[in-house]
Structure formats: structure tokens, C-alpha cells
Design a protein around this ligand. Structure first.
Ligand SMILES: [Zn+2]
Length: 277
């Protein structure tokens, strides 16, 4: 974060600042080698002696700070650059899915959810899954691209590798039959895909699949470089593959298929549950 530009979002409007740091010239030799802890960092908003940031700028405790990191198409114009593609990508995908779907072709209602506070404990996923009470959930989140120096090693999860279909993460082992349906759908429609796993980290699926009496869920999405940093990169073709797969999966979810998938999870009266929606 050091030396990055940010905006402090105050009640009076955004205030530009930077993460300040000690020049290396002033540091002792042993301190130069150390990683600076977040609690030792500060944001310089241009204050000088006697300048009151509360009175003059309206800054107060609890204000959010956002990195300045504008969207840009890269010189390799297949790749897009900006902050927070994890998980603004899925918000865009959900919008694209909802605008491409013809409601009459659906077996039941389709909900698109953009949930809040995933990164700090899957909180929005908890409340939204309870409110929607879905029969099935297709979770859209980013994968971690492993195609940069230091993370090579033949990993399939690379920019341009199509849609990632999650087979395991720290929060969810996906419903096997639903997972198989998603994989089959990718193959039948010749959508470029790969299977991915993540030992640390989870998606909203971690909560959604445990909502109420259980919800069969599978997570899909494009691989992204440098997630959780101020700049991240993804390939447009992986976005398009994810959209294509989401639409093709939804198209296959007729009443019988949904009832079959729910029946394996919920046991009693799967058809009644499917009929309700
Ligand atoms: Zn994340």
C-alpha cells in the first residue's frame, strides 16, 4: 500500500491522500529489511502544522478509504486492469445474465444477488440466502490466476484459461450432481473451462450452501491476477466464458432437473419445493 494514492470518503466528499512512508535514507539497516505493518502506516492528506483535518476536511474515525485505481484496457487489449475485480466482475456478470435471460424460458424465478461484506465473513451471503431461500445457487466469484513469476508450475488457472469451476475450497465442497451438471454443460457447449481448488479462502457459497436446510451450490468465475491488491487484471475471454456457462446452466434447470438435484439434498418432497418457486 505504501505510496499509493487513495480517497478518504468523508461526509463532505472524497479527500485525496497517499500512504506515507519513511524514506529509506532515514531507516536503520535492520528496519530497512522489515515489512511495514499496516498499523504503522498512515495516510497523508496534506496536513501541516495546526491543520485540523476534522474541521477543514470533515475526516472522522470510521471513514472508508478507497484506492485510486481507474479502469483501463491494457496495451494487450484482451486484458482489463482496475481495482476490486474481486468481486465487481460477478456484479457485472449477474447484470449481464439478468439482461440476457428471457423470463418466459425459466422454470421458476431467478434471483441475482450482489452480496455485501464477503471478504470479512460472507455476511451478505448469509442474509441474502435466508431471504431468497433458493433451490439452487450458482456462485460467481474470481479464481486466482497462477501464471505470474513465482506462481508458475503448470497450473491450469491462468488468464485466458476460460471459466474456473470450483471443486473444493475452504468453505465448500460443492454438491456433486450439480457440479457434474455444470461440467457437462461446459463440455456440451464447448465452453473453455478448467477445474480449480483453493485450500485457503472461500466464496459466498460457503454460507449459501448451508442456508436453512441446505442449498446445492457450485462456484464458477474467471481467474484474476493480484486479487486483494489495488490493481488486478483479467482476460475478457474468461469473463465471456463465465457468462456463457452461467446462461447455459440456467437454461438446463427445468423443473425436473431442479427437483432431482434438490431431492438428493433435502430428501422429502423435492417436487413440492420446486413447485413452490
Ligand atoms: Zn476476495
Amino acid at each position: 500500500m505504501l505510496a499509493h494514492r487513495v480517497l478518504v470518503q468523508t461526509r463532505k466528499g472524497p479527500v485525496v491522500g497517499i500512504f506515507g512512508s519513511q524514506p529509506p535514507h532515514l531507516l536503520a539497516d535492520e528496519d530497512r529489511k522489515k515489512v511495514i505493518e499496516p498499523k504503522a502506516m498512515f495516510i497523508d492528506v496534506g496536513a501541516m502544522d495546526g491543520f485540523d483535518v476534522v474541521k477543514k476536511l470533515g475526516i472522522r474515525k470510521g471513514d472508508f478509504v478507497t484506492p485510486i485505481s481507474d479502469f483501463q484496457i491494457m496495451s494487450n487489449n484482451k486484458l482489463y486492469l482496475a481495482k476490486a475485480f474481486d468481486n465487481r466482475i460477478a456484479c457485472a456478470l449477474v447484470c449481464d445474465v439478468l439482461s440476457a435471460i428471457k423470463p418466459k424460458t425459466l422454470a421458476g424465478p431467478l434471483f441475482g444477488v450482489g452480496s455485501v461484506q464477503e471478504e470479512v465473513g460472507l455476511r451478505g451471503a448469509t442474509t441474502s440466502a435466508w431471504a431468497v431461500d433458493p433451490d439452487l445457487a450458482l456462485i460467481i466469484d474470481v479464481g486466482i490466476a497462477r501464471d505470474t513469476p513465482g506462481s508458475e508450475g503448470g497450473a491450469e488457472e491462468r488468464l485466458g484459461s476460460g471459466v474456473s469451476i470450483g471443486v473444493f475450497d475452504a468453505g465448500m465442497i460443492p454438491h456433486k450432481s450439480f457440479l457434474q451438471l455444470v461440467i457437462d454443460t461446459a463440455e456440451k457447449n464447448k465452453i473453455k473451462y478448467h477445474l480449480s481448488s483453493m485450500e485457503r479462502g472461500a466464496t459466498d457459497g460457503g454460507r449459501v450452501h448451508m442456508s436453512r436446510s441446505g442449498v446445492p451450490a457450485v462456484s464458477i468465475g474467471p481467474a484474476v491476477r493480484y486479487i486483494h491488491s489495488h490493481n488486478s487484471i483479467f482476460a475478457r475471454s474468461d469473463y465471456d466464458a463465465t457468462l456463457k456457462l452461467a446462461l447455459a446452466v440456467i437454461k438446463r434447470l427445468d423443473e425436473k432437473t431442479v427437483a432431482g438435484l434438490i431431492g438428493m439434498t433435502r430428501g422429502a418432497k423435492p417436487a413440492a419445493k420446486a413447485g413452490k418457486k
